[in-house]
Design a protein around this ligand. Structure first.
Ligand SMILES: [Zn+2]
Length: 243
């Protein structure tokens, strides 16, 4: 950890000065992102979400899955935050308007879902900015970004903050992208033990490939809303947490 902290100033200084990032510095940037920024962001989110349930859905918009999810959220009078993948959002204004009409918060999740640990830092930053360009050209307003796969690097973090967006992670993973979905009860127990939290789920269509994963997303959503009722957790969007 000390080595990571020693590199923070060096990485930030070089980035601020526009100095080319050497491979070792790039590795440090990933290490700092993962080892320092990520735990810091996570701790803040745990504190901010205590007493609340925040349902968040990545990788949409979509047609079939979104329709099923919105029916469920409407029936439960619950609002959520949707981090849209802009390559899917492009040209799908009707799907996005449906989310907004229902009172959900719209945020961005990059253009092409590039994993910042697998591409050059500037490529991941460009993916964030390309996503934001789609948002702006559609005249949508977003104030939040969630990085694909939750990958935090110094470069992406600074670019997101420079664009005056919040950089969001989550406190609990529903496991709806795992090869085998965990039990719904295990997720509910974990959120209950934490006294609330920000839960990662997904709203894109997976169709015939993963009907179990879509069913899991819906089952976790429903079970967590039951928990919120039972334990008196306020169901909030991300923007309500920071407001
Ligand atoms: Zn994603």
């Amino acid at each position: 950890m000390n080595a990571l902290l020693d590199n923070v100033g060096l990485a930030l200084g070089c980035l601020a000065a526009g100095v080319a990032v050497a491979p070792t510095l790039r590795a440090s940037s990933i290490a700092i992102g993962h080892g320092v920024l990520r735990p810091m962001l996570r701790r803040r989110l745990e504190a901010a979400s205590r007493g609340s349930l925040v349902l968040t859905y990545d990788d949409g918009p979509s047609s079939s899955m979104q329709t099923r999810l919105l029916e469920l959220l409407r029936a439960r009078r619950a609002h959520a935050t949707f981090y849209l993948l802009e390559s899917r959002a492009e040209g799908q204004s009707a799907w996005i308007e449906e989310l907004e009409r229902d009172g959900h918060e719209i945020a961005t999740h990059s253009f092409g879902h590039l994993d910042a640990f697998r591409v050059a830092p500037r490529t991941a930053v460009a993916d964030f900015r390309n996503g934001l360009a789609v948002v702006q050209s559609a005249k949508r307003h977003v104030t939040r970004f969630r990085p694909p796969c939750g990958r935090v690097t110094v470069q992406t973090y600074l670019a997101v903050r420079k664009a005056q967006l919040a950089f969001d992670l989550w406190t609990h993973d529903s496991g709806d992208t795992f090869a085998t979905c965990p039990s719904v009860d295990a997720i509910v127990r974990a959120v209950e033990a934490s006294g609330g939290g920000v839960v990662l789920l997904h709203s894109h269509d997976r169709g015939r490939n993963r009907p179990d994963a879509e069913a899991h997303t819906l089952a976790v959503t429903s079970a967590l809303l039951d928990l919120a009722e039972r334990r008196g957790l306020a169901v909030r969007r991300m923007c309500d947490l920071t407001a």
